[in-house]
Design a protein around this ligand. Structure first.
Ligand code: QAP
Ligand code: CO
Length: 172
């Protein structure tokens, strides 16, 4: 399975992802390839649509207090639904599909989700801290949304200018 990460402004990132209905070998292979791609890219979270699979799948590997990622901390979240959300928090977010750009984004402080694991078993999770933020960021991808869409008009303009310049410089 040969995956590449789609980057803004690729329109394929705007697709609405669909629920997974078959928890088969194909899905397991996709999950494994996504994990490999996330770690190679120094990511902490990745949605399937970022590698051009419009399916309701996200993976996360939240670093420990030393900033280290452990294979044991991999989370595979399929068909997630937020069933409760509380409070507000702000965090400087980035995204593998918007490389080199980071901005403060407001999210719910805690979320409770229902989801399925790679075998189709139903699970529930109470998340706070970075895990909660990452789940919301990745779930936005499943709805075709990028974190830059949450910026104010002025900050979005600043982003578009900086990002276009960065793309030009990479090409030159
Ligand atoms: C989403 O983001 C996220 O610009 C995951 O050059 C972000 O893994 C969840 C990355 C913040 C919670 C808080 C970004 C790697 C990785 C870049 C990522 C880059 C290299 C972003
Ligand atoms: Co992202």
């Amino acid at each position: 399975m040969n995956l590449t990460i789609l980057t803004y402004p690729d329109k394929r990132l705007k697709q609405i992802s669909k629920d997974v209905t078959k928890f088969d070998e194909e899905i397991h292979k996709l999950l494994d390839a996504m994990n490999e791609m996330m770690l190679l890219s120094n990511g902490i979270g990745l949605a399937a649509i970022q590698v051009n699979y419009p399916l309701n799948i996200l993976i996360l590997n939240i670093p420990d207090s030393e900033g280290e990622q452990h294979p044991d901390n991999l989370m595979e979240i399929i068909n997630p639904v937020i069933i409760n959300k509380e409070g507000l928090t702000t965090y400087q977010e980035g995204c593998l599909s918007v490389p080199g750009f980071y901005e403060d984004i407001e999210r719910y402080e805690t979320v409770t989700i229902n989801y399925q694991d790679r075998h189709g078993n139903t699970k529930s999770l109470d998340a706070d801290g970075l895990l909660s933020i990452a789940i919301q960021h990745e779930m936005d991808h499943l709805a075709g949304k990028l974190f830059i869409e949450k910026l104010s008009y002025a900050r979005r303009k600043k982003f578009e200018k900086e990002y276009k310049r960065a793309i030009k410089e990479k090409k030159a």
